[in-house]
Design a protein around this ligand. Structure first.
Ligand code: PMP
Length: 406
């Protein structure tokens, strides 16, 4: 292992968050101190901050094929998903729209699942559409769920656990034919693959998934949407009253810079991260690690891997590598109890298979030497664990050092 040259730990958890791009860091710097101002202040500093915010709005809009006035800054995709789902339902309700059905996919992020489920308390019915073995929406099942009672459909663009890109192009004409609205959680796709939200009613974007700062994101709302979401918060006129609160100028400037960089190197990044993921897989194979790819790689985001390591307890492996290689697991642990991943469960994996699963995202700033280090470290740890298992079979206890999936 080239421990001397590789800075540890090697970070391969880019689905959870990505490291900050230097361009984003540089764009943020002046707005913390030297040029700090509230973008709504009437003086020169305020005007400069407002201009920086508007410039970032243009960059984010350009990245996803939207018009700048269709972009609302939020604290991230969690908030964007909540505003879209709850706000559209509220707007439709107030307009006297009788449709009371919402369809979501079974592998949505919790911020979509929980927001949609909360609508049940308000008399909406929420249908959960299954996915196939390939980790993608079951189109036939979706078609059966869709009806003239469907108000809103929410399907993610790409999944954060297995990296599957969802067939939105197939869903869209069906949704439109019935006059329903569509929200797309594009948190994992935007900045990684070409993204065009223009045909959706709304879409969520997260800065920290595309090498921008944490704590900021955007909600695209189409100018043509039948209902503009109603705000969830009250008390200010910012973002046309939809998302009141002082705009975080530094974060927004960093987000805009990250969006601009991403747009300029989508192809370059894709080629790079795909090659790294392929190299990691080849490296594990060469070291006789036995694993399955949980979903076919043709529909995965470049750089994304969901691997089931045969006979390996993934949480223990991740613990063993915690200081050297940052990986994420396929099952999450809450209060000492292992919880099945709703995504892996929806795809049809058994509890054992979920427990064998590790999630990896090779990102823009990873390099070949890091990948080689990771392949060796994972293979060594798997070997040590397998050996320990045979020489001293463990008594199963609740996994300590739990982590959560994001
Ligand atoms: N949706 C998806 C698909 C995500 O992966 C995430 C973050 N893991 C979110 C929403 C939430 O994004 P944020 O952290 O910006 O709130």
């Amino acid at each position: 292992m080239s421990e001397n040259t590789t800075t540890l730990p090697v970070y391969l958890d880019g689905h959870a968050t990505s490291p900050l791009a230097p361009e984003a860091e540089a764009a943020m710097a002046p707005w913390w101190h030297r040029r700090a101002a509230n973008a709504h202040s009437p003086h020169r500093r305020g005007t400069e901050a407002a201009a920086a915010v508007e410039q970032a709005r243009v960059e984010v809009a350009n990245l996803v094929g939207a018009a700048p006035q269709e972009i609302v800054f939020t604290s991230g995709a969690t908030e964007s998903n909540n505003i879209a789902i709850l706000g559209i339902a509220d707007a439709a309700d107030r307009a006297g729209d009788g449709r009371r059905e919402v369809i979501i996919s079974a592998i949505e992020h919790k911020s979509v699942l929980s927001a949609a489920k909360s609508l049940e308390e308000r008399g909406f019915s929420v249908q959960v559409c299954p996915v196939g073995k390939d980790g993608r929406l079951d189109i036939l099942a979706f078609e059966r769920l869709l009806s003239d009672q469907t108000l809103l459909v929410s399907v993610m663009a790409a999944n954060n656990e297995v990296g599957t890109v969802q067939p939105i192009g197939a869903v869209l004409p069906m949704v439109r034919a019935l006059g329903a609205m569509i929200h797309v959680d594009a948190a994992q796709l935007a900045g990684k693959l070409a993204t065009d939200v223009a045909d959706y009613d709304s879409a969520s974007i997260s800065s920290h998934k595309m090498y921008g700062p944490m704590g900021v994101g955007a909600l695209f709302i189409s100018a043509a949407a039948q209902y503009r979401p109603r705000p969830l918060f009250h008390g200010g006129a910012q973002e046309a009253g939809l998302r009141p609160g002082t705009l975080p100028t530094p974060l927004i400037a960093g987000f805009g810079a990250a969006a601009k960089v991403a747009a300029s190197r989508l192809e370059q990044d894709s080629v790079h991260v795909r090659a790294l993921a392929d190299r990691l897989v080849a490296g594990l194979e060469a070291r006789q690690v036995r694993f399955r790819r949980n979903v076919p790689n043709e529909h995965q985001l470049p750089g994304s891997l969901s691997l089931g390591l045969f006979g390996v307890d993934a949480p223990s492996l991740i613990d063993a590598l915690a200081d050297t290689v940052c990986l994420s697991e396929g099952s999450a642990c809450t209060s000492g109890q292992i919880q099945a991943s709703h995504v892996l469960a929806a795809i049809g994996f058994s509890e054992v298979e979920m427990r064998e699963t590790i999630r990896i995202y090779c990102g823009r700033y990873n390099d070949v030497s890091q990948i080689d280090y990771a392949a060796t470290a994972i293979a060594d740890a798997v070997y040590r664990m397998t050996l320990a298992h045979w020489t001293n079979p463990p008594v199963r206890s609740a996994h300590e050092g739990c982590s959560h999936r994001f």
